[in-house]
Design a protein. Sequence first.
Length: 368
Amino acid sequence: MVGDFLTELRKVLGTTLSRALTIARTETLRGHREATRASYQANSDIVRGWVWHSAADERTCAACWAMHGTFHTLDERLDDHPNGRCAMVPKTKTWAEIGKQYGIDLSDVPDTNSEIEPGVLLFDKLPAEKQIGILGPAKWAAWKDDQFTLSDLVGQTESTIWGTYRYEKSLEQVLGEEKAKGYTRLALMGAARNAGQYSVSDLIRAVGFGLRELSNDELQKIVEKVAKAGFNREHTSLVKPEMAGLVWKGKPLEVGERLPADEWHFVKHVLARQEWPEGTSLDEYLESLRTVIRSPENGIMISKYQCVYWQIAFIADSGQWRGVGGSDFILVEYRDGYGFWVTGFQPVDLQKQLQVHRSEIRWLRKMK
């Protein structure tokens, strides 16, 4: 029965009920606003202009939040979007200005205009969850990252149906397609909500997507996290033929036996390949890798490895740590999501090593 009623109503109205209500609300409010503005214009000896006033609640769009508290002259219309709830608040001249028109000194009468705090400041004071509810996670993260201001979201367009009206710009309109996609990916991964308090993983991905630059504090946060991570000792790898026969912990190694990650890399690169000086201990090897990571002169690069893993590489001169089988540089890599180093060695061809199986390469800092 309800379905039949709605069908008949649609026939009578020539459109859907929601569409009819939108037209009714919008045009009724438009008529009210224009009548109000005409009244202000008729009293221009008293009224200077008007101030945009939004509902400033969780249903208010970002554009109307930004417009809230902005001053407009009497020849400007309040061109709110369809279904908009915004209103005009009169801005009168001061008592001194009014008195002067009539030859009366009213300079000692205090200003009685109501103070309307700008919407951009009110929005700043909202709890993060309410801000996210208004902007959405992706747009909120970009706003928190100072990619744009709230006022940048205000668009103005013209329609043959609605005339000129304000609207909230999309993230793509404000940032461009690529950055908008990046922030959307952050939102889908749940990282966007951490904007302003990004974890190391969030920062690596944000930079990897090309969304933003890192502050010095953020870069240092990554450096310290990676330096403390080390190899994952719970992960073991098989001894390779080149490592077999080497004496480790008092006995020769055999192909097929397993070593913890830190010992495996040490045996391979220090004992087998002699990339570090003879006599280098496991602790010294690990400390040399931490030194590379913390060096203020190192190079730092983020890339996607095998199109799957985000990795961050630290490169520095090998210096005193170069052995007979070593090279000019030490490379240490940390894998996001895994949370540990995945390698630490002296590559023969550094440039090739930093290109093979990699995409979305971004340098945070070039080597000095």
